[in-house]
Design a protein around this ligand. Structure first.
Ligand code: NIG
Length: 412
């Protein structure tokens, strides 16, 4: 199957990857160009390219890499609407978690849902995310907590991923979020004053997941009332020994020192960063570990946002994601995340585009997408807009005019 998209304003994002510092704003613009696609990959970029089986006239619209949403908790059951009502009355997120709600209420719903129903609801959310321009979506487990329930979640994510793949995407990258909260009832009493849940997760769940999903990324939520720095380091260090990449949620509400430990562990990314100190942002920026900002949390919870401007100016690898989840960010839309990041995290529309494409793919370890260059996977968006700044300027709308996923045209 061959396809040519003609007369587009092409944001190639070609060149160095990942993008750091001032290079983040370099979109590799070709003001008027054609892009040819063959067998799922980009075959040529230029003008007056030969005819193909299928042709689209973009008529000056923006053509860019599709989004990679590199942080989501899109697999869940139940809802948190009653808790949202509490939050609207001013009850903090961590107080709800401390009282046994929050993540734990979703854990209870997930455990009673079963694999088939988890996969079915995830598939619906994936379709919605694709319709908003995400061709790749990372999906975390983390609402199972026990070994069996985490395995069920990861099985459901794999089932939904296979079905999504067969029907036009998005491509799913699973992550095992083994350290999300703690279920004392499942963990039992710890030895030598340690936390029983943490010990059992490291001793039992991690090896089981490692056997079943070799090389899967392991993640944890390091926060007051969740996993401490010491516990997170123990889990992630063991995961590294077993050959897994690691990521971590850190500094969402409190700066605990996890950023420095994540750098030391060689983590792929540190995600959140709302409460990070300037010194920690600078240290992260000087490292190979990326920073992932999740501004839908600030919008939904408490008006606190990561200082992405400082991080980028210090030379950091910045990525942006929705963080879709029922508690802190019920947001499936990358364009909405971009609109928030530009308004509240200090980055420009161009920087938001690079953070949502080439750098987001980097966080997921995917070097085959995120740029429009010969040989790259053809996951592309044609926007309604003829100026890419409109992508972050408009909000509450869908900017997608047409999407190509793995070389297949999804709509125009
Ligand atoms: O990244 N904070 C930890 N995990 C998610 C929220 C999950 C939930 O509240 O269900 C986050 O914000």
């Amino acid at each position: 199957m061959s396809l040519v998209i003609r007369r587009a304003r092409v944001l190639t994002l070609a060149g160095d990857r990942p993008r750091r510092g001032s290079c983040l704003a370099d979109l590799g613009l070709l003001e008027r160009a054609d892009v040819a696609i063959r067998d799922g990959t980009i075959a040529a970029i230029g003008s007056g390219l030969p005819a193909a089986q299928r042709e689209i006239d973009a008529d000056g619209r923006v053509l860019m890499p599709a989004f990679a949403d590199c942080h989501s908790h899109a697999c869940w059951a139940g809802d948190r609407l009653d808790e949202w009502a509490q939050k609207l009355r001013g009850v903090p997120y961590l107080d709800i978690l401390r009282a046994g709600g929050g993540i734990m209420s979703t854990v209870r719903a997930v455990r009673s849902a079963g694999r088939a129903s988890l996969a079915a609801t995830l598939l619906e959310r994936l379709r919605l995310m694709r319709s908003l321009g995400s061709a790749t979506v990372e999906v975390k487990s983390g609402y199972g907590l026990s070994t069996e329930a985490e395995r069920t979640m990861l099985g459901a994510i794999a089932d939904a991923a296979a079905r999504a793949d067969a029907e036009g995407g998005p491509s799913v990258v699973p992550t095992a979020l083994l350290g999300h909260a703690k279920d004392a009832a499942w963990g039992g009493a710890g030895e030598d004053g340690g936390d029983g849940f943490v010990e059992r997760t490291i001793r039992e769940t991690l090896p089981a997941v490692s056997r079943e999903h070799p090389g899967i990324t392991i993640d944890a939520f390091c926060e007051v009332g969740a996993w401490s720095v010491d516990e997170t380091v123990r889990l992630l260090a063991r995961a590294r020994e077993l050959g897994h990449p690691v990521r971590v949620h850190a500094d969402q509400f409190n700066s605990l020192g996890m950023v420095r430990e994540a750098i030391r562990l060689g983590a792929r990314s540190v995600d959140h960063l709302e409460a990070s100190t300037p010194a920690d942002l600078d240290a992260l920026a000087a490292s190979p570990t990326a920073g992932v900002i999740l501004p839908a949390c600030g919008f939904h919870l408490d008006g606190r946002y990561a200082s992405a401007r400082r991080f980028v100016d210090a030379g950091g690898i910045l990525a942006l994601a929705t963080n879709l989840n029922p508690g802190s960010a019920p947001c499936p839309s990358m364009p909405a995340a971009m609109a928030l990041a530009v308004r509240h995290c200090g980055i420009t529309p161009a920087e938001a585009i690079a953070a949502s494409t080439v750098n987001a793919a980097h966080v997921l370890g995917l070097g085959d997408r995120g740029q429009i260059a010969v040989g790259q996977r053809a996951d592309l968006l044609v926007l309604r807009h003829r100026d890419e700044r409109a992508l972050a300027y408009e909000f509450g709308s869908n900017p997608v005019w047409a999407m190509v996923r793995g070389g297949v045209l999804i709509g125009a």
